[in-house]
Design a protein around this ligand. Sequence first.
Ligand code: SF4
Length: 275
Amino acid sequence: MIGRMTHPTTARGGPAAPGHSASAPPLPVDAEALVALDAEIVACRACPRLVAWREEVARTRVARFATETYWGRPIPGFGAADARILVLGLAPAAHGGNRTGRVFTGDRSGDVLYAALHRAGLARIATSRSADDGQALAGCRVTAAVRCAPPGNRPTPAERDACAPYLVREIAALRDLRVVVALGAFAWNAALRAFAALGSPSRPRPRFGHGAEASVGPATLLGCYHPSQQNTFTGRLTPMMVDDVLERATALAAWDDAGRPDPRSAGASQPRRQQ
Ligand code: SF4
């Protein structure tokens, strides 16, 4: 069963950034751009293999979700246009985002991520189970480099490149963006390519590592191991390690508000630790 559920919509009919509803006042220009982008993403069918896979998964489902209606479409970002922190993953999970219609929602990776976002004061609740669970982000947006669930969590280079312009436009719409937290090397490289497309190439190309930092145009890129089951079950990534990265992200995001110098001119762009 595919996508019969209704994605949260605005008065204009597109998927809404959290906090906006049909009765909300007119959106600022950048928020409108984000809403339009999200609507475009949700309707995208550019990658035949991924379209077939996301819909096949939604039809066949798994036993534990056999009674549910899967979203079965691309997944837009989640969070408002005034976000200063963008958390960037690889792609939706087949039975997570592809089922619930919200990025990092309904799977173990999302459990780890949203619990950490809640501890950091960026998420209203510590869980992310469904698109109507009351979750909301403050000053933060969560998104993925590829918007459709790929077989084996591995998009092809052509699929990666086909989806890349969406991330470029998403970053461009986030005018207050200060920090991008890249969950894994795939997201790290996607962020670097997006900022290069926006006129801020990184040379030499900074290497991904947990806790790595790089200056990318007007923002700082932070590396964090992906909260996949493989990483969290083996202890390669612990909740405390995610907390450390988000603590750094929130500090960087708030830095100029405190009247201190731009952190990137104070050596903060150097890697703090590489593992
Ligand atoms: Fe469209 Fe991206 Fe999905 Fe490809 S992966 S079909 S470009 S939304």
